[in-house]
Design a protein around this ligand. Structure first.
Ligand code: HEC
Length: 463
C-alpha cells in the first residue's frame, strides 16, 4: 500500500483515495486577493526550502509562468495565467480538499502523503496556509476585520532577515527572510504592509503584513539607506546614500519609483515630520539637513551643519507643528538643537560621560552617539551612546538630564511600544534588542535577534 502511494506520488499521480466532492456552489475566488496575497507565496523564500516557482514554472501540473528575461515579478497577463493555474488546484469553499493546500502541507497536519517539493507548512496555523485557506473560502482584500497587532520590527544590518517582536510578551514572533542587508523599515498606516530598503539589490521591498512574504521589489535610483512613509501612506521616501544625493519617492498605489528629488549630499536618514507636512533628510558627506515640502515634493529649506547629519527626531508644538529638530552629528557625543521656525541651530550639548562604564572607541563608524527618539507623549527625549553602551533620558521641553541606563553594546536606534511606556534599543554589538522601562529607566529584557541589528520601528499590523 505504502509503496503504491509512493509510486503514485513519484509519478505525480493522485493518491488512491479521491478528495471529497466539492460543495454544490462554492464561493467565488477573488483575483485581487490572489494577486496581492496568494501569488507572492510562490516566490517566497522559506528557510531550508526551494521556492515554489523554481520547480513549478513550466512543466508540472501546477503550471506557473516563467519570469520574462530580466524581470523579477510577473506581469498582469502572467498573473491571470497563474490565477487560472492555482484555481484548477483548489475546491472553492473547501481548503481541506484543495491540492494546492494539501500537497505542501506536512502529512502530520493533514497534508498529502508525499510532495516532490517538500513540506512547506507544518501546521494549518501557518500564516501562508491561512491566507490560502482564506482565498479558497472567498476572501477579498476589502473584506475582513481591521484587527491589529503591535509589532516591533527589528532589521538586521548584517543579515538577510528581519525579526518581529511582540511587545506584549517581548518574544520574537515572526521572521521575514530574503532581504539581504535591510537598512530601514517603515509601515503602511493601514497595517497591510511593511517597507524595507534593501542595500543588496538597491530596491524598496514590500512585505505582506500577514504572510511576511516579499510581494514586490521596487528599483531605486541608487544604494538606499533609511526610509519613511508619508502620513496618508501614499508615498514612501527613500534616502539614496550615493552622490550626488537624492530622496526617491515611491508611489505605494502603483508600486513604482515616482520621482527622485535631488538634494545636496548622499542621504543617510530620512523622516516625515509628525504633522506629515515635511520630509527631512540628512547627509553625512554633505553635512546638510534638507527640509522638503511633502505637498509639492520640492526643497523648502536647507541647513548646513558643522558635521555629518546622523539620526534626527522631532518635537511638536501644541498645534502639532514641528518646533525643534534634535540632531546627532558625526564624531560628536551629544545633541544639536535646530529651531524649525528660524531654520537655525540654536544650541548643542554633550551627552555626559558615565564614570565606571567601559568606554568603547572602536567600530563607532564615525557616530559615537547614534539613536534618538521623542516619546509618544512628547515629554521625554531618548538618546543612545555607542561609547558608553548607554541610554540617556532628557525631559522636554527643558532638556534636563533625567538619568541613564546601561543597554546592549553599540546601540544604534530606538523605537517605542505603542503605549509609550517602553523603548526598544537595537544593540548592534550584542545581536540583541534591549527593552527599557522609561519610567524606571531599567532594562527589563534583552531579546536575541539577528546579525548586527540597527534600525527598528513600531507597527500596528493587520492580523
Ligand atoms: C523542489 C521542487 C518543488 C518545489 C520547491 C515545490 N514543488 Fe510542488 N511539486 C513538485 C513535484 C515534482 C510535483 C509532482 C509530484 C508530486 O505530486 O509530488 C509537485 C506537485 C505539486 C502539486 C500537485 C500538482 C502538480 O503540479 O503535480 C501542487 C499543488 C504543488 N506541488 C504545489 C506546490 C507549492 C504551493 C509549492 C510551494 C509552497 C511547491 N509545490 C513547491 C516539486 C516542487
Amino acid at each position: 500500500m505504502l509503496l503504491e502511494l509512493l509510486m503514485a506520488a513519484l509519478l505525480g499521480q493522485q493518491p488512491a483515495t479521491p478528495p471529497p466532492a466539492p460543495p454544490a456552489s462554492g464561493p467565488t475566488l477573488d483575483y485581487e486577493f490572489f494577486k496581492a496575497r496568494v501569488q507572492p507565496l510562490f516566490t517566497e523564500k522559506r528557510v531550508d526550502h526551494a521556492r515554489c516557482v523554481t520547480c513549478h514554472a513550466g512543466s508540472t501540473t501546477l503550471r506557473l509562468q516563467r519570469f520574462a528575461p530580466g524581470a523579477t515579478a510577473w506581469n498582469e497577463e502572467q498573473t491571470r495565467q497563474n490565477f487560472e493555474a492555482a484555481r484548477a488546484m483548489v475546491v472553492p469553499g473547501s481548503p481541506g480538499a484543495s491540492r494546492l493546500l494539501r500537497h505542501p502541507l506536512a502529512r502530520a497536519a493533514g497534508g498529502d502523503v508525499f510532495h516532490g517539493g517538500g513540506q512547506h507548512w507544518t501546521t494549518k496555523d501557518d500564516p501562508d496556509w491561512r491566507v490560502l485557506s482564506a482565498w479558497v473560502n472567498g476572501a477579498t482584500l476589502t473584506a475582513g476585520t481591521d484587527a491589529r497587532v503591535a509589532r516591533i520590527i527589528q532589521t538586521n544590518a548584517a543579515g538577510d532577515n528581519i525579526h518581529l517582536i511582540d511587545p506584549a510578551t517581548n518574544t520574537v514572533v515572526g521572521v521575514i527572510h530574503d532581504i539581504e542587508v535591510p537598512h530601514g523599515v517603515t509601515s503602511a498606516p493601514d497595517g497591510t504592509r511593511l517597507y524595507f530598503s534593501n542595500e543588496a539589490l538597491h530596491t524598496l521591498d514590500v512585505v505582506d503584513a500577514i504572510t511576511l512574504a516579499v510581494t514586490a521589489r521596487i528599483p531605486l535610483s541608487g544604494r538606499p539607506n533609511n526610509v519613511f512613509v508619508g502620513k496618508d501612506g501614499k508615498r514612501v521616501y527613500v534616502g539614496i546614500a550615493q552622490a550626488p544625493g537624492a530622496v526617491d519617492v515611491i508611489d505605494t498605489v502603483t508600486l513604482t519609483n515616482a520621482k527622485s528629488i535631488p538634494v545636496k549630499g548622499a542621504i543617510h536618514n530620512v523622516y516625515v515630520t509628525p504633522d506629515g507636512k515635511y520630509v527631512v533628510s540628512g547627509s553625512i558627506p554633505g553635512r546638510m539637513l534638507t527640509v522638503i515640502d511633502a505637498a509639492t515634493e520640492t526643497v523648502a529649506w536647507e541647513l548646513q551643519m558643522s558635521a555629518g547629519v546622523r539620526p534626527m527626531t522631532f518635537e511638536q508644538a501644541k498645534d502639532g507643528s514641528t518646533s525643534r529638530i534634535f540632531v546627532q552629528l558625526s564624531d560628536y557625543h551629544g545633541i544639536a538643537v535646530v529651531d524649525f521656525a528660524s531654520r537655525k541651530e540654536v544650541s548643542r550639548f554633550p551627552m555626559a560621560d558615565i564614570p565606571g562604564e567601559e568606554k568603547h572607541t572602536q567600530g563607532l563608524q564615525g557616530a559615537p552617539a547614534h539613536g534618538l527618539g521623542v516619546t509618544p507623549d512628547g515629554k521625554t527625549l531618548i538618546a543612545t551612546s555607542k561609547v558608553f553602551s548607554q541610554l540617556y533620558a532628557y525631559s522636554l521641553p527643558d532638556l534636563k538630564p533625567i538619568g541613564t541606563v546601561h543597554v546592549g553594546q553599540h546601540p544604534e536606534w530606538v523605537t517605542f511600544s505603542p503605549d509609550g511606556k517602553f523603548v526598544y534599543v537595537a544593540a548592534a554589538g550584542d545581536n540583541a534588542v534591549s527593552v527599557v522601562n522609561i519610567a524606571t529607566l531599567k532594562e527589563i529584557a534583552r531579546i536575541p535577534v539577528g546579525q548586527v541589528p540597527k534600525r527598528n520601528g513600531t507597527a500596528m499590523l493587520r492580523r
